[in-house]
Design a protein around this ligand. Sequence first.
Ligand code: 5MM
Length: 347
Amino acid sequence: MDIAALNDIALRMVTPGKGLLAADESFGTIGKRFDSINTENTEDNRRDWREMLFRTTRAMEDHVSGVILFDETLRQNAKDGTPLRKLIEDAGAIPGIKVDQGITPLAGRAGENITQGLDGLRERLAEYYELGARFAKWRAVIEISHPEQYVARTPTIGGIKANTHALGRYAALCQEAGIVPIVEPEVLMGGHHSIERCHEVTETTLNSLFTELYEQGVKLEGIILKPNMVVAGKKCFDQASVTEVAERTIKVLKDTVPAAVPGIAFLSGGQDNEIATEHLDMMNKIGGFPWKLTYSYGRALQQSTLFAWQGKAENYDAAQAAFNHRAHMNGLASLGQWSASQDAKAA
Ligand code: 5MM
């Protein structure tokens, strides 16, 4: 393992003013996104959508350090025959690949899931490296049960450990292959739970994760952490202020994430676009932590673009304008330089 090379890639992924575009929706998830704009989930439409994103020059060159791809996209060509991967590289960004194979119920643990995909992963990583991927992503899903559920209350420590163990094994295999692992333990924000409960579960999960990474010989200089922010569940009556979310998220990260980790790139998890930007911006305005804090957003980077596009070629320019804007706003947030007035002005 060449840890200096992995560290170089990880540092490029968190270049100041830039972040990651999570465009790794599997067939089912992209289908849901396309349903929302009445667009058929075909191979050509998936290509046209992603080609449009990757050809958005300003967003890609100035604010996207890397793109997480789904297997199909890494092998797919643009309409003119150029590999989509090359469009990303030509914009100066790094192609990455989602290597988990989704979640399945965890045996013996009602309401908990485990991420699959370790079998054959060494061979798949070797192929992905040949295809040009220089980082990978694996997402573990941790779900918090309803606050009044006392039986089968989740997550359990066993459920957390099973998931962080898989993340550790995935990360070790990535580093062996010369690929930077994005390690994503997502505490879901759906549900009725309070911000205090999210804080507690996120802290337990991250502590378990870094124990596993250590025990499995993963070099922290060569990873990127992709966590959730500490927020109240979407259905919780008490929603926290932007400042409280930022302060709690920084506190949990400082309590659990070693300084050797080069960067933390948040998922958006279903937050509204502007709120996801504002939370990140607030954390960077507060500052005082050893890692770069940036974005690895899926929905929060793509939603306004998707609505502008509507699956129609004639909306190409409007969609690219929307993507340029959202990417620019998040780029500013990664520097702590975003403002609501600027966001509203250019929208
Ligand atoms: C892009 O969505 C990814 C999930 O795809 P599948 O569920 O289809 O496998 C997801 O892992 C994503 O990369 C992260 O959750 C970040 O996306 P959001 O939308 O939460 O920012």
